[in-house]
Design a protein around this ligand. Structure first.
Ligand code: ATP
Ligand code: MG
Length: 266
């Protein structure tokens, strides 16, 4: 059951890029709420600012990006006010992220276990044997044999690497997971399989999801609510059914009209 209280409250968020030709506003006065246990979909054309919002939410934005206005609260906490030390404790524990092209974000020279260990020991001070047990548990959670922990990333298939990245995002049981195009590099069958598993895990563990994808059919299927972005602005947000069936903005209608119909595909 989705509770109605907000886990995330973004107000008036503005993110600028300092470019050689001046300031470029990539995210312009964005308001966004994500409720506890909710899947919030974020859609819009390439370059509209989706990943910029995701990075700002995690405070992973780096120059030339600067947050020039607004506020971000997660579970009541003022994220933009966190000190670097507090941020290290907060990140991955409260909010984690699966990046665009995530399967390439594993370190090629470390085994899968060594990468789990870095996350677990680095963030919790867990002992090595406890980290091993937890890593095995996490691998099981995403459907990979624990023996694979001793493999290097190149020994795993793309789908497995993606599952590993997901398991790492789950490692500290965050309340929000941001998934930015998490499965686009995978074939459709594996993509659906992984997303079905993510939804099952969400039902079990109760985290909220911010789900960014260009696959609008998939988004309509998985999201409770959808926010539509256009050129740095959120122009419309609402329950998935309303956004799909009765959008207020002509841009949103155009997005759906450009989408292949499920019924004509099957
Ligand atoms: N390092 C940078 N310097 C200057 N501008 C940037 C930089 N990174 C992103 N931008 C600009 O910010 C805008 C938003 O980019 P962002 O990556 O958030 O878009 P997006 O909605 O995630 O797109 P996509 O769907 O292609 O991933 C784009 O116009 C992009 O060109
Ligand atoms: Mg992006």
């Amino acid at each position: 059951m989705v509770q109605q209280s907000n886990l995330v409250e973004v107000r008036g968020l503005k993110v600028d890029f300092m470019t050689t030709t001046g300031l470029f506003t990539a995210v312009n006065a964005v308001d966004l709420d994500i409720r506890r246990g909710e899947v919030m979909g974020l859609a819009g054309e390439s370059g509209c600012g989706k990943s910029t919002i995701a990075f700002a939410l995690m405070r992973l934005h780096r120059p030339p990006a600067i947050i020039s206005g607004g506020s971000i609260r997660v579970d009541g906490e003022d994220v933009l006010a966190l000190t670097p030390q507090a941020l290290r404790r907060w990140r991955w524990r409260k909010v984690s992220m699966v990046f665009q092209s995530a399967m390439n974000s594993l370190n090629p020279v470390l085994t899968i276990f060594e990468q789990f260990r870095d996350v677990l020991v680095g963030h919790t001070g867990m002992r090595r044997d406890a980290a091993r047990a937890r890593a095995e548990e996490l691998m099981k959670l995403v459907g990979i044999a624990a023996a694979r922990l001793d493999d290097y990333p190149h020994q795993l298939s793309g789908g497995m690497r993606q599952r590993v990245v997901l398991a790492m995002a789950l490692a500290l049981e965050p309340e929000l997971i941001i998934m930015d195009e998490p499965t686009t590099a995978l074939d459709v069958v594996v993509q659906r399989e992984i997303l079905t598993e993510i939804m099952a895990l969400k039902a079990r563990l109760g985290f909220s999801l911010l789900f960014i994808t260009h696959d609008l059919a998939l988004m309509a299927q998985l999201a409770d609510r959808i926010a539509i972005m256009l050129k740095g602005l959120i122009i419309e947000v609402g329950a998935t059914r309303q956004i799909v069936e009765a959008p207020e903005q002509s841009y949103t209608r155009a997005l759906w009209d450009a989408m292949p119909r499920l019924e004509t595909l099957s």
